[in-house]
Design a protein around this ligand. Structure first.
Ligand code: NAI
Ligand code: MG
Length: 359
């Protein structure tokens, strides 16, 4: 049989990024060696805040063209707030990739793993199993706005949220497709169309239109503030969520915390047209407070790796990997953020051993 090779760009970047991406690559290589039906060809890009400090750029000239040749991008975290302002690092690397490659769908699954605990009382693993679909190209994060009269008492700054029919339609269709593939076929549309009476009303209208194409999917609607209450009080009533760039950014951090830790949550930045490579990364940032201590939770990156496998078409391998990770959590081999005492390397080795049992 022909062995499929996937060309993956790895961009570990800053802080704990390199620690968790190393762990992720070790786990992916162990999986491919054990299963034998595919392999990975990783190419490493050392683009980071250090590069920026040395060269004034995160991505060198021609860098995005190089990146475009890969099947997927495996990303760590960017941000070195002591040295580079966060808006420079985010726009210099992560958003430069997301925007250029039209990765308009940001997918953030959350669930309570076996062996981990939600901070919510009485929340069993079956009660919290969500996918948040975040619009990833528009809203407040599209770069519209400016600053005038700098330094004056009347200094003015605007952060303009933009919503295009094209942009809303494509994310809505993606969200309905996602909901349709899940057993409950339930989509919650989150907006703030009482106060934000232009863009959010467009969201409501487009959602109604697209819902006609998906008669099997039940859609309900929530205002974003009320949604935070529902997530905390009735987690079992939720399945798939679609929301704007800003709203879903915030809701997905809440979701990760409700599932037990930001250290387990993955995210995919997808170009559903598949014209460009998609990018896969843990939700968390560079976490300089724990960098170099060997205690970063690698589980978010392992789950990220599983999401990447599924996108590449290796659904079965993806499920097996996640199963192995959950087995290790269930045995109590977890890092401090999940209440354990294992180091990054211990969790990684335990997952690799679990994978080898698949042979
Ligand atoms: P953060 O996610 O880096 O850290 C928040 C807290 O969670 C810290 O206490 C940290 O130790 C803990 N934490 C995060 N990941 C963990 C893991 N894998 N295991 C155990 N504990 C973990 O968020 P923060 O502090 O707001 O941002 C730090 C930097 O990261 C900033 O420069 C920010 O801009 C950047 N950032 C980058 C992101 C990205 O590249 N996609 C996403 C979020 C933040
Ligand atoms: Mg965030």
């Amino acid at each position: 049989p022909v062995q499929q090779t996937y060309s993956i760009a790895s961009i570990p970047a800053d802080g704990i990024g390199p620690e968790v991406i190393d762990a992720g690559i070790q786990v992916l290589n162990t999986l491919s060696e054990t299963l034998g039906s595919f392999r990975f060809d990783f190419k490493h890009y050392d683009w980071s805040s250090d590069t920026y400090k040395k060269t004034g750029k995160y991505i060198p000239d021609g860098g995005l063209d190089q990146l475009k040749k890969h099947d997927a991008i495996f990303f760590g975290a960017v941000g070195a707030p002591e040295d580079v302002p966060d808006h420079i690092s985010l726009w210099g690397l992560r958003l430069a990739i997301c925007q250029t490659f039209q990765q308009y769908a940001n997918v953030r699954p959350t669930k309570v793993f076996r062996g981990t605990q939600s901070p919510l009382r009485k929340c069993e693993p079956k009660d919290l199993d969500w996918v948040i679909i975040r619009e990833n190209s528009e809203g407040e994060y599209a770069g519209q706005g400016g600053r005038s009269h700098r330094g004056q008492p009347w200094e003015t700054a605007t952060e303009v949220a933009i919503f295009s029919r094209h942009g809303v339609e494509r994310i809505m269709r993606f969200a309905f497709e996602t909901a349709q593939r899940r057993p409950r076929k339930l989509l919650t549309l989150v907006t703030k169309s009482n106060a934000q009476r232009n863009g959010m009303v467009l969201w409501d209208e487009v959602a109604e239109e697209i819902s006609q194409e998906f008669p099997e999917v039940t859609m309900d609607k929530m205002l974003v503030d009320a949604m935070t209450c529902r997530m905390v009080l009735k987690p079992e009533s939720i399945d798939t969520i679609v929301a704007t760039n800003l709203h879903a950014d915030i809701l997905s951090d809440l979701a990760a915390a409700l599932a037990g830790s930001i250290g387990i949550a993955p995210t995919s930045n997808l170009d559903p047209t598949r014209q460009n490579p998609s990018m896969f990364e843990p939700i968390h940032g560079s976490a300089f407070d724990i960098t170099g201590k060997g205690v970063a939770n690698p589980v978010a990156t392992f789950w990220t790796a599983a999401e990447m496998l599924a996108w590449l078409g290796e659904e079965e391998a993806s499920q097996k990997l996640l199963e192995c990770v959950e087995n290790v959590c269930e045995r109590g081999i977890v890092t401090a953020d999940l209440g354990g005492s294992a180091k990054t390397v211990e969790v990684t080795n335990a997952v690799c051993d679990e994978i080898k049992k698949l042979a």
